[in-house]
Structures are given as structure tokens and as C-alpha cells.
Design a protein around this ligand. Structure first.
Ligand code: SF4
Length: 469
């Protein structure tokens, strides 16, 4: 097991310090996020009016969430009309049981999986393996981290923390043969191993980027084609999706397809868009004989009734991760949950618990880069502040309350303000050398642990103002 799997999910500070001290990870993060962020900007710029299109996508999501009950029932009816089965899972536990039961009933022994954050969320693989089903991740990045015993560290690039050398090491150990660290030959090895797994598989598991209520269609967007093989080779296909992934009409789909790839990587369209409408019908040449759709709630309907509803508009493109100055330094594992970066800092506390993830709402400079990059313009900073408020309401910090009370009292009294400024200047000047303070006392020590604090200017603003007047 690698370093990245060792931290408990709430040890945000420990895992962040570990990530910051890892030069290889730092290099990999800068390389990936720079490339993807540049792609995101180029992708939006290539559209005639990207802002209007993003607003349009947002309106579709807002409308769908406002009528989510109706659209989910419509989706269920559409899937059933085609001969598919729909399963409702209120919790992760229920979802795991449903999938295990489907596998057992159909006597499946070998499952292939296309990348699915929802299946990561419900920890599906260990449950299937405990039931005697071998599971193979077929997205190459996911395959690498499965073999390494790790968790994904990015929504669209799960093995971003690996280098080609570490990939060669991991795969060599797994396959029992020495592989060269050449990307092309590693990819060909992956292809050979995975093709054999597709050939053996009797169960295909996928997520769903979108599900269309009107037609019962599930849409998968991939760059490797593994989604297509996962849904066409095995005789049983199970798609697991969060209930927020439904969209009303087929005509809404192009709006999101135009934005998803551009937001994620800057591509005009992802390489494969797989559109599945029910199980194989008479006269069709491929497709699964059985099709199951698992609709997962797992805390989502609870979020729907709160001021954090907007977080359910997320289409999991990963753009906010690439833009975030915090994610760009600490990577995905530091966040602990399945979802990392700015959107993970909202989803993990909401789906899991605010109390268990106290650092996440603060893992942001609130600069707004995430919202600018987001294809549906989710106001992430606003929700992070909302979570901080919630924390404060549930567990008020006595020291913070005292400090703000004092600050407010000082601001209301000009004489006290003048005196406080004078005292602070005298105090700080005494500690300064060459214009910088190397060590601050009290809470300020956290700042000077990693950087110096500037000494006060020779003349205060108020004095200078008086002079100018
Ligand atoms: S919040 Fe927006 S940018 Fe971040 S993953 Fe979701 S859709 Fe993409």
C-alpha cells in the first residue's frame, strides 16, 4: 500500500504536509493541472458564447433539481419500457447489496468496471470481491491505482500522482515481469491485460455521466473506449448513478457534451460518447442482455432541501480542481474523501459529515478560480462560506467570538482604534529585522512557521494622510 492510502480521511493537515514534501507529486500536479487548465480556457474561448452556454446548462440543472422527483420517476418508467430494471438505493450500503445481488442472481464471476466516482463513493469493489466476484478497473489510470491499492487523486485523472517510473514499478510487481518505463509499451501492456479481462467478463459496471428521463438513455463519456467495451462485452450491465445526474430531454444532452470535455480537458468532445438505451433488443448485434440502473441517493436528497443544493449541479469535469491554488499543491488524497478539490470540500462534508471533515470548508483561499472554470458556474466559494457558518453555528469557537467581539468594540471607538494601532506598531517593530518578522507569537506563529511577516511601514497611513492634507 502506498503512502497515499495511509491517512485517515479526516487527517487533512497531515496528508497536506506529506503531499507538500513530495517533490515528484508537486511536479506531476503542476504539469497536469497547468495543461488541463490551459485546455479549459482554450475550450471556452473556442465557443461563440461560452458564458451564455454555461448559463443555459445551469438553468437546465436548476430546473431538473427543482423537479427531480418527476424526472426520476419518468426515467424509471422509460428504462422499464425498454426492458431494463431500476433499483432505488437510499444509502451506499443498499447500493452495494443491490449490485452484489444482481451479480449473484446472474451467476457473474468476473466484473469489468468503467471509471465511476459513484461506485468509488459506495466502496463497491470490496463488497463484490467479498462475494466472490473478481473486479477489474478498465480505465488505465483506475487500473493502476487499483493494482497499487490506492484511491483516485483527481476526478478525471485518477493516477495523476504517479510517474511513468512508478507506473512501471506497480505494473511489473502486479504482472510478475519487468516492464520498461516507456509510456507506449506500458499502455500496450495495459491494453493486452485489459482485453483479456473484457473477454472473460460476465458483468459490466459503469457510472453515468448523464441519464435522460425522456428516453431512459444512459450516457458515458470516456477517452479510452473502455466504457463501450464494458457495456457491450459482458452479458449483464449495471449502471450506478447519483440521482442528480438525470437530465430531462435528449435535446439537453448536446449542451452538456459541449461543455463537459471543454471544461475537463479542452477537447471539443471526448473521444468516446457511449449512448445506451436499454438492454440488447431483438435484431441488435451487441449490448448486454440484462440492463440495471441503480439510482443512488446517499445524502443527496437531504442536500436538495438546503442552501447547498447548487452543489448537485456538478457534472464532475474536474475543472475546479485544476484551477484551485490549494488542490494544485496538495493533490487529491489530502482531501480524504472520494471527491477532492473545491467541489470535494463541499460534497464530502455534506454527504459524510461536517463534524468529521472540519478542515475541508477552510481548504480554500476563496479566490473564485473554481467558479470561473466551472462549466455550470457553481458558486463554490459561497457554499464554502456557508459550510463555515454551519460549523460556527454548531460548534461556536469561544476564542474567535471573543476576538471578533474585541475587534468590533475597537472599531466602534476611534480612540481605541488609534491606541491599538500604535501598540501593534511598537510591538511589531521591536521584533523586526531588515523589514521582516521571522517569528510571531500566539496564533501568528502559524503564519511565520512557513513565511516571514512584513514589518509595519515606517509611517502609518493615518499619519501620512494627515501630512498630505
Ligand atoms: S464543480 Fe464545476 S468545475 Fe468542479 S467538477 Fe463540478 S462541474 Fe466541474
Amino acid at each position: 500500500m502506498s503512502n497515499y492510502a495511509q491517512h485517515e480521511h479526516h487527517d487533512f493537515l497531515g496528508a497536506s504536509a506529506q503531499a507538500l514534501a513530495d517533490p515528484t507529486l508537486q511536479q506531476a500536479l503542476v504539469r497536469l493541472t497547468d495543461t488541463l487548465l490551459a485546455g479549459n480556457r482554450k475550450g471556452y474561448a473556442a465557443l461563440a458564447d461560452s458564458s451564455e452556454l454555461r448559463d443555459h446548462a445551469k438553468r437546465i440543472k436548476e430546473h431538473t433539481l427543482a423537479h427531480l422527483d418527476q424526472y426520476l420517476v419518468q426515467l424509471e418508467a422509460s428504462v422499464q419500457r425498454l426492458g431494463g430494471k431500476v433499483h432505488w438505493a437510499a444509502t451506499a450500503d443498499e447500493a452495494r447489496k443491490i449490485v452484489v445481488e444482481i451479480a449473484q442472481k446472474a451467476n457473474c464471476k468476473h466484473a469489468v468496471k468503467s471509471k465511476s466516482m459513484t461506485s468509488e463513493e459506495i466502496h463497491l469493489n470490496p463488497a463484490l470481491e467479498a462475494a466472490g466476484v473478481e473486479v477489474t478497473e478498465t480505465d488505465f489510470g483506475e487500473f493502476i491505482i487499483q493494482v497499487a491499492g490506492e484511491r483516485p487523486s483527481h476526478l478525471v485523472a485518477p493516477a495523476v500522482h504517479h510517474t511513468r517510473e512508478s507506473v512501471a514499478r506497480v505494473l511489473s510487481k502486479h504482472l510478475g515481469q519487468q516492464l520498461a518505463d516507456d509510456p507506449k509499451s506500458l499502455a500496450m501492456t495495459g491494453r493486452r491485460v485489459l482485453r483479456e479481462k473484457f473477454r472473460q467478463a460476465d458483468l459490466g459496471i459503469t457510472g453515468a455521466n448523464f441519464a435522460i428521463a425522456e428516453t431512459g438513455t444512459v450516457v458515458l463519456v470516456t477517452n479510452e473506449g473502455n466504457g463501450r467495451l464494458t457495456t457491450t462485452c459482458p452479458r449483464v450491465h449495471v449502471a450506478i448513478m447519483g440521482i442528480e445526474k438525470v437530465i430531462p430531454r435528449f435535446t439537453d444532452l448536446p449542451v452538456f457534451l459541449k461543455l463537459l470535455a471543454r471544461g475537463a480537458t479542452g477537447q471539443t468532445l471526448s473521444v468516446y460518447t457511449t449512448i445506451i438505451t436499454g438492454p440488447r433488443q431483438a435484431g441488435e448485434y451487441d449490448g448486454a442482455e440484462e440492463f440495471h440502473l441503480v439510482l443512488l441517493d446517499n445524502g443527496r436528497s437531504k442536500v436538495l432541501a438546503t442552501p447547498f443544493r447548487e452543489s448537485l449541479q456538478c457534472i464532475r469535469c474536474g475543472a475546479c480542481l485544476n484551477a484551485c491554488p490549494v488542490y494544485r499543491r496538495i493533490g487529491g488524497h489530502a482531501y480524504g474523501g472520494v471527491y477532492s478539490g473545491p467541489i470535494g470540500s463541499i460534497l464530502t462534508p455534506l454527504y459524510d459529515s461536517v463534524e468529521e471533515n472540519p478542515h475541508l470548508p477552510h481548504a480554500s483561499s476563496l479566490c473564485g478560480a473554481c467558479q470561473s472554470a466551472c462549466p455550470v458556474k457553481i458558486n463554490i466559494p459561497h457554499m464554502l462560506i456557508g459550510l463555515r457558518e454551519l460549523q460556527h453555528e454548531r460548534e461556536p469557537n469561544r476564542w474567535e467570538r471573543w476576538a471578533y467581539g474585541l475587534w468590533s468594540a475597537v472599531l466602534q471607538r476611534p480612540w481605541a482604534y488609534r491606541w491599538a494601532l500604535w501598540a501593534a506598531r511598537v510591538f511589531l517593530k521591536r521584533r523586526a529585522t531588515n523589514g521582516w518578522i521571522a517569528q510571531m507569537p500566539g496564533p501568528g506563529a502559524e503564519w511565520t512557521k512557513i513565511r516571514d511577516f512584513p514589518a509595519p511601514a515606517a509611517q502609518s497611513f493615518r499619519d501620512r494622510w494627515k501630512e498630505l492634507e
